[in-house]
Design a protein around this ligand. Structure first.
Ligand code: SF4
Length: 304
């Protein structure tokens, strides 16, 4: 098999990491490259293991997204979801993943759950974990009660996109990873793209995220903004908020993407070969970011 090549691409999470801290960005996307191989250099392997760490809130969000995907698949096959037994299954899986993380399984198998709280021995009371599973249940119960789900189920399941029509597309020569959490065509011929949220909403971040979905609709599916509805479904509240949208906003998103790509590439030693040097990526001065950074053990071990 040919060697994997570290090719430059863009994603929302990559942009967020770059905004947080340049050094973190380097360690995540360059320093840890190749660490999936258990025989790689120990420092690279360590970075790769640290890169996989997820906070408990991120984990809970992923669990909810996976469960929704599974439920939609069941509906797509014309079957019903028995909500409470379904939730019990989800929580049981969470317990299994949690135990694996607590036991450090991820150090041998980095693709299994690796909780930041376990790696950094964050002292959390039992109630904090129980609250987390309660939040997962609340989000999922809210999902099953959403009028939006009723609307979705009235449409033809073959017009749903659960695992996305495509995840990566070319944006002016750069592969861009953008895909909505869920999409469907309603009976009036409009495309609805949905972002499931399980935490607090950040208006700017949401506008950019949904804007990226509109770009996806335009460039991947060929659907004009006027025919697209963008929804943020906050499952904690629960609320479903539409984002006002038009062609001008799409232009702004394109410009935001261009700027982000340009800024990232400007840090590279050899942009065309996507080669980077650690010393070119400065460490943030904001220690509050370091406190919750996956890489603090190797970058700023003095930060508590
Ligand atoms: S510990 Fe701080 S400076 Fe180092 S990579 Fe993380 S956020 Fe950046």
């Amino acid at each position: 098999m040919a060697d994997l090549v570290n090719e430059f691409s863009w994603s929302r999470s990559r942009d967020a990491t770059f905004q947080d801290c340049r050094r973190k960005y380097y360690l995540h996307y360059y320093g840890s490259w190749g660490g999936w191989d258990a025989g790689s250099a120990p420092d690279v392997r360590r970075l790769y293991v640290l890169k996989q760490l997820a906070s408990r809130q991120m984990w809970a969000g992923r669990i909810v997204h996976d469960a929704i995907e599974m439920a939609l698949h069941i509906y797509q096959q014309g079957r019903e979801v028995p909500v409470e037994p379904f939730l019990e299954d989800v929580i049981e899986r969470m317990r299994g993943e949690w135990r694996g993380s607590r036991d450090g399984l991820y150090r041998e198998k980095p693709k299994t759950l690796a909780l930041f709280e376990h790696e950094y021995a964050v002292d959390l009371k039992r109630e904090a974990w129980q609250m987390l599973s309660q939040n997962v249940k609340t989000c999922l119960r809210n999902f099953f009660r959403l009028p939006l789900l009723g609307d979705v189920r009235k449409t033809a399941p073959e017009h749903w996109s659960i695992e996305h029509w495509s995840k990566v597309f070319d944006f002016e020569g750069t592969p861009v990873w953008i895909a909505p959490d869920f999409g469907f065509w309603n009976d009036a011929g409009r495309l609805t793209l949905v972002d499931w949220k399980t935490g607090a909403s950040d208006a700017d971040a949401t506008a950019f995220q949904l804007g990226c979905y509109a770009l996806y609709a335009r460039d991947v599916l060929g659907v004009e903004p006027a025919k697209v509805d963008l929804l943020e479904a906050n499952l904690r509240e629960p609320t479903v908020t539409p984002l006002a949208w038009d062609d001008a906003r799409l232009g702004e998103i394109r410009e935001q993407l261009r700027l982000s790509i340009r800024a990232m590439r400007a840090y590279l030693m050899a942009p065309d070969a996507n080669q980077a040097r650690m010393e070119d990526f400065e460490r943030t001065e904001e220690l509050r970011i370091c406190r919750w950074c996956n890489f603090k053990a190797v970058c700023r071990p003095e930060v508590p």
